[in-house]
Design a protein around this ligand. Structure first.
Ligand SMILES: NC(=O)c1ccc[n+]([C@@H]2O[C@H](COP(=O)([O-])OP(=O)(O)OC[C@H]3O[C@@H](n4cnc5c(N)ncnc54)[C@H](O)[C@@H]3O)[C@@H](O)[C@H]2O)c1
Length: 333
């Protein structure tokens, strides 16, 4: 059975029909369309999905194919992880972020109790199929969000990818540096080598996740920019990609100030983020609020989280301690 993101059904109808016909060898796979975006990661939509799987009598040996952005994949993957105590699933990511990040690594989850991703399972997809053609309808905001994760992947584990992104920095800046965040980005697919970049960024994630599936060590590298990013996202009300970009730039400044990362490499990371239209500075909240937000804990009991800091492009330091005051200064730029 197939679970599809409503935006894809609406904006990429012929692409979807072609995909379903090819995947099935017949055009009549059962399809459930669900809303895309964060709202779908809820108990309400999970229950609707279960009801539908029951109505289709999906057996234990059945397969769920999830077609959509990261949110839809998180929900569908969790439904697959729990249906009959776990059945197989495949992902077809349709946003850049989902192609290089959310579709890989086996984490599935929904949101509940006012928290993000507290209920989930490690349940990797059997396979993941990414076709950049589907990105033609992606709004600029989501290109930038995907690029934030792609730049992160390069900084964490691929100098060649970073070099290539830098080589195309002018084109990236022309297409993404300005313009309405909700509009499509004309010509961007043909202008840049997306298939190569997606494969290279995906490889970084797969390599790291393979060494540390349950995130006890090296997988933390993928949190570069996310420690402060998560805190700022809630406070500033900005998008996840924007918050991660500010978080990454902040981590760069802390690393450069401490002499952990060469200044010219740090500068290149920040310039690339800026080129794609992502913010690299922000006004942090007052220190007491920032301290609480960084802990991500409403009861004030958690410890300060560990930070990931760049050592050079392609390599990071794990488990670094950064005081909230130091983070606030670096966040301002
Ligand atoms: N499981 C993981 O390892 C992992 C990793 C990173 C992020 N995530 C999760 O992924 C989610 C974010 O994913 P996202 O950035 O893909 O956002 P998203 O899934 O919210 O999608 C963004 C918007 O784009 C729409 N959309 C999807 N494909 C489209 C297309 N081809 N053209 C036009 N619009 C399209 C969606 O309907 C949605 O409105 C978050 O919930 C996050 O927690 C999970």
């Amino acid at each position: 059975v197939v679970l599809v993101d409503m935006a894809v059904a609406r904006k990429q109808g012929s692409w979807l029909r072609a995909l379903l016909a090819t995947a099935a060898g017949r055009p009549s796979l059962p399809v459930l369309t669900l809303p895309g975006g964060e709202q779908v990661k809820s108990l309400t939509w999970l229950e609707r999905a279960y009801d539908w799987l029951a109505s289709r009598q999906l057996p234990r040996e059945g397969l769920v194919v999830a077609v959509g952005g990261g949110a839809l994949l998180d929900l569908a993957g969790f439904a697959a992880a729990t249906w009959h105590r776990g059945i197989r699933w495949s992902s077809v990511p349709t946003t850049l972020l989902a192609m290089v990040d959310a579709s890989l690594g086996g984490k599935t989850a929904i949101n509940t109790a006012d928290l993000k991703n507290p209920v989930g399972a490690f349940h990797p997809a059997d396979s993941s199929y990414a076709d950049p053609a589907v990105l033609s309808s992606l709004p600029r905001l989501h290109w930038r969000a995907g690029l934030a994760e792609m730049i992160k992947a390069a900084v964490v584990g691929s100098r060649p990818l970073f070099r290539d992104l830098r080589r195309h920095q002018l084109t990236l800046s022309q297409r993404l540096g300005h313009g309405r965040s909700t509009s499509k980005v004309d010509g961007i697919l043909a202008a840049l080598p997306w298939p190569e970049w997606i494969v290279q960024a995906a490889r970084v994630k797969v390599r790291i996740v393979t060494t540390d599936f349950r995130e006890t060590g090296p997988r933390q590298a993928l949190n570069l920019g996310h420690t402060l990013g998560h805190a700022l996202e809630a406070h500033l009300g900005c998008s996840h990609g924007e918050a991660v970009a500010v978080g990454m730039a902040t981590a760069v400044r802390v690393a450069v100030t401490r002499g952990l990362c060469p200044p010219d490499e740090g500068w290149q990371i920040i310039e690339l983020l800026k080129a794609v239209g992502l913010p690299v500075t922000a006004d942090p909240p007052p220190l007491s609020v920032l301290t609480r937000l960084l802990k991500g804990d409403k009861k004030h009991t958690a410890r300060q989280p560990a930070w990931v800091l760049p050592e050079r492009i392609g390599k990071v330091h794990l488990d670094q301690r950064v005081e909230p005051a130091e983070a606030a200064t670096a966040c301002r730029g």
